[in-house]
Ligand binder design. Structure first.
Ligand SMILES: [Zn+2]
Length: 200
């Protein structure tokens, strides 16, 4: 192998129930990972029963994900679609997957990562550092507000932290990000509280 060819590594993707169709690195260094869902059912949007995804695919969705080797990384997926044959007018539904929210341009893992970046920082700073729009960071913060805590993920409540994050540009409006440090040193976000007034 020529000396100029870099060594290769491979590692598992941290997203459940998908197959990787392709990976590429763009000229400007971004990683694009194309995946497809392994799940072949979803819940009908009307009657909520599990129905088979046999109605083609929706538009390609590109989701910002955790950085690889410091580079911006994106997951691309064409969501599977399903049609309910028991509901009136046979409505169609796009498959929902647990690792991203259809309203969000980010994976859930990336949104949690953004919350950690926001600790002790501001929305504007994180927007700059992550090369992400101000509204995208703010949107991620808003989606975490009073989101339900999954207590199964919390091993240790011994070290709770509350950090203020400046919310709106030029206004004294804050969110309080509540975190718990785990035994392995990782920090998990418990919740984000609204409208905390900054102390003087
Ligand atoms: Zn239905």
């Amino acid at each position: 192998m020529p000396i100029s060819t870099p060594a290769q590594i491979s590692f598992p993707l941290d997203i459940p129930q998908v197959d990787v169709l392709a990976t590429e690195q763009t000229r400007d260094g971004k990683f694009i990972i194309t995946v497809e869902s392994r799940r072949d059912t979803t819940r009908c949007g009307v009657c909520k029963q599990e129905i088979a995804c046999k109605y083609g695919h929706g538009q390609i969705v590109r989701l910002r994900h955790l950085p690889i080797l410091g580079q911006e990384t994106y997951i691309e997926i064409r969501p599977r679609r399903a049609q309910c044959t028991t509901c009136q007018h046979a409505p169609t539904t796009t498959q929902t997957l647990p690792w991203y929210d259809q309203r969000s341009p980010h994976t859930k893992a990336y949104e949690k990562y953004l919350m950690k970046q926001l600790i002790g920082s501001t929305v504007a700073d994180v927007s700059l550092k992550e090369n992400l729009g101000y509204d995208a960071v703010l949107g991620a913060l808003e989606r975490q507000v009073e989101d339900e805590i999954n207590w199964n993920d919390v091993q240790n409540l011994g070290s709770i932290g509350i950090d203020e994050v400046a919310h709106k540009k030029g206004r004294k409006s804050y969110r309080a990000v509540v975190t718990a440090r785990q035994d392995d040193g990782s920090v998990i976000i418990l919740t984000v509280l609204k409208d905390r007034k900054k102390r003087r």
